[in-house]
Design a protein around this ligand. Structure first.
Ligand code: PCA
Length: 221
């Protein structure tokens, strides 16, 4: 029998993207996170996984991934067609209000993500430090005050609720990033290399920034 004296495996970063929805052929969030699967960033290993654009099923899969990987950091990524910048989401709200059906034809209107859950959760990512890192790299970036009320907000809220209430996740940081369309999907769009580079920077920043910085987000409204 071999005794194992190997160093323990590196802690993981869980990075999720969504499958295409709303009749589109691809989802930039999945294209971008896939490109980072297996990468080492700041002594962590990235695990990329796809979530279905489906209410409830997306959260079941996410909570399963949390249990399996016990990540130190979780960043869920989704497409926000019409946005021009990498959007660092600040707040998840406890409401589902779908303008279009999800990929399982469900269209909840004004239902809670978690019955009797708090109205909202703030991200625990250092979004101002991430914003600064993206801007210094010359990438369009913004802090966003709403992740909408479709499946992305649903997953963001469910993630923050899980991290806040499940045992063993006190020190796990988590949050959500929306990304623009890829070229060919519509305008405005962002090149795939820029998306991947931007996500890598946000992960590195989150892993190396203990305390977020105070920096104006630049938006007036
Ligand atoms: N964007 C949708 C859900 C899946 C995705 O990539 C949203 O913004 O809610």
């Amino acid at each position: 029998m071999r005794t194992s004296n190997a160093a323990s495996p590196p802690p993981t970063v869980l990075l999720t993207g969504f499958d295409p929805f709303g009749g589109e052929a691809l989802n930039p969030s999945w294209q971008a996170v896939q490109a980072l699967h297996g990468r080492r960033i700041a002594r962590h290993r990235v695990v990329a996984a796809q979530l279905p654009t489906v209410f409830d099923a997306s959260l079941l899969k996410l909570t399963h991934l949390l249990r399996v990987h016990r990540p130190a950091l979780v960043i869920c990524v989704g497409q926000a067609g019409g946005r021009a910048a990498i959007s660092l989401e600040r707040v998840a709200i406890n409401v589902n209000d779908a303008r279009i059906p999800d990929n399982a034809a469900a269209q909840p209107v004004d239902t809670p993500v978690v019955v009797n859950g708090p109205a909202a959760y703030f991200t625990s990512l250092p979004i101002k430090a991430m914003l600064q890192a993206l801007q210094r790299a010359g990438l369009p970036a913004e802090v966003s005050q709403t992740a909408g009320t479709f499946v992305c907000n649903h997953v963001f809220y469910g993630l923050m609720h899980a991290l806040a209430t499940r045992r063993g996740f006190k020190r796990t940081r988590g949050g959500f990033i929306h990304v623009p369309w890829l070229p060919g999907q519509g305008l405005p769009c962002m090149a795939s290399e820029d998306l991947v580079h931007g996500l890598r920077l946000t992960i590195a920043t989150a892993l190396t920034t203990a305390q977020d910085i105070a920096k104006g987000a630049g938006a007036v409204s």
